[in-house]
Structures are given as C-alpha cells and as structure tokens.
Design a protein around this ligand. Sequence first.
Ligand code: RIB
Length: 298
Amino acid sequence: MPQTRVAVVGSANMDLVAMAPDLPRPGETMLGTDFVMVPGGKGANQAVAAARAGAASTFLGAIGSDAFGVTLKARIGAAGVDTAHLRVVYGTSGVALVMVNAAGENAILVTPGANDALTGLTEEELDSVRRADVLVAQLEIPVETVTQAAVAARAAGTRVVLNAAPARQLPDELLAAVDLLVVNEREAQALTGHGRERPEALLDLTPRAVLTLGGEGAWYGDRDGTAVHVPAVRVEVVDSTAAGDAFTAALAVGWGEGRDVVDAVRWAAAAGAACVRRLGASVALPQRAEIDQLYAPA
Ligand code: RIB
C-alpha cells in the first residue's frame, strides 16, 4: 500500500512541562514534582503523530530564530517529518507552559511567537498541500492561513481535517472547505452552544464531525445519517497533553489509507489512549505498532 501523504499546517511550540499533585490556583505558589522540556504545538505534534502512524508527513509552520527553534526543527525532522516548508522567522518561537496534575489533566498557556508570523502561504507551500491526500490543520496559527490552505486543498481534491483547537469562531469560507471537523466539548460549545447533549449541531457546520469525550470515547456523525459512539480504550492516564493531536493525526492517516471513517475513529481512539500513558507531548505520540496493539475493531 502506498504511504498516505498528510500535510499539516499549524503551530510548533517548545513545551515546558511541570507536574504537580494539583494545578495551582490564581495567586498560589506550589511545589511540583517533575519537569520536562519537549517539542510540542498542535501542528508539530500532529505532523509527528502522522509520521509515526505511517504517513508521509509534511509540516508547514514557523519557528523563531532562537535556540528553541533550532531544537524544534531538529526534533520534528528526526521524527521523519518533511520540514522543507518550516519557516524560520526572526524572534522567539512559540512556547507552551504546560501544567499536569496527578490525574493527568492539564492547563496550558501558549505564547504564539513565530506561529503568528505564519501568514500568506506561498504557491510552493500551497502545492505541497495540493499534493497531499489529507490536509490537517488546527487553530494556533492565524485563521486566514488555515483558510487559505483549506481552500487550496479542497479545490485540489485533498481531504481537509480541521481540529478546531483552541476554540475560536470560524469564517464561513473555512467551514465550507472542511470535510471532517474534530473538536472536544469546550470547542463544540464555543462553535455551536452545545456539547455532548447535542453533538449533531456540529453537522450544521461541516458534513462530518467528531466530538472527543476524553475518557468516555468519541462521537462521530455525518450528514448521511450516521451517528455512533466509539468507546475509549482503557489505559492508565499519566498525561493527557497531545492526546487530541495523536487522535486527529491517526484519524487523518486511517481515513486517508482507506479505512471506513468510523473505523478510522476507532483506530484514532487507540492512538489517543496510547498517548496518555506517557508524559510530554511529542515524546508520548505513539508509533503505528502501538496503535494497532490497542485498536479494538467493532
Ligand atoms: O495539544 C497539545 C499542545 O497544545 C501542546 O504540545 C502545546 O504546545 C499546545 O500547543
């Protein structure tokens, strides 16, 4: 089987990750237990996750001219991602301050840095989107850039998977180009005013949608009348950071490889579960064999 080609347009951040029994409240100082510094950013995570899941993965993003940028580029490339279209812009790279509690829950503050400079994709960059089987995008870069990539992909017959994270309102032009929307409950609420009690509201926006429900699995629905709940794969949770990235990337790869979309959601659920077993975004993203091992067919 030829490798599915996935183009990811999105953010790259250096994640500074601190673990503590609880997440501190405003005004509180707390002693943590562990610290790691790992490459992250929803875009880079999804590009790395797609490569590990078996795709030929290309990343379109921007890093700063600082030391974080050097490390980010090296680590993303070492994961097997094509970084020919990773721009270096003068200034700081994106940074994410990630706090993780004993239950594996997190709170994340991102300063976008170079990610905000990813504007106006060139024809060469857009060609790499057009050549892909699937475009995957998120919302940690300017939404105009996501729209530009999605419109180009759609016109070329490249499927468009949008992980609308973090939550923000989406232009109609972008929504019209999306084949499959992936959101969590917070993002669904922001987009439709509804969460799990009415996930089908997402189908007013895009023809297919996935609502991820953390430890309770995921809902998939489409305008052809399919609406299913896919159960979560039970694992011990260490850190939920990037589980959504592992999920979205595996969904894109599985769907691109020709799985039925509901089966691709099941495979993606296995990828998300594999990811939460380890600390740190990019280092936790699973290889294909690990996804296959946890995958539970219907
Ligand atoms: O989805 C997880 C990611 O969100 C982290 O790696 C962090 O960088 C933020 O972008």
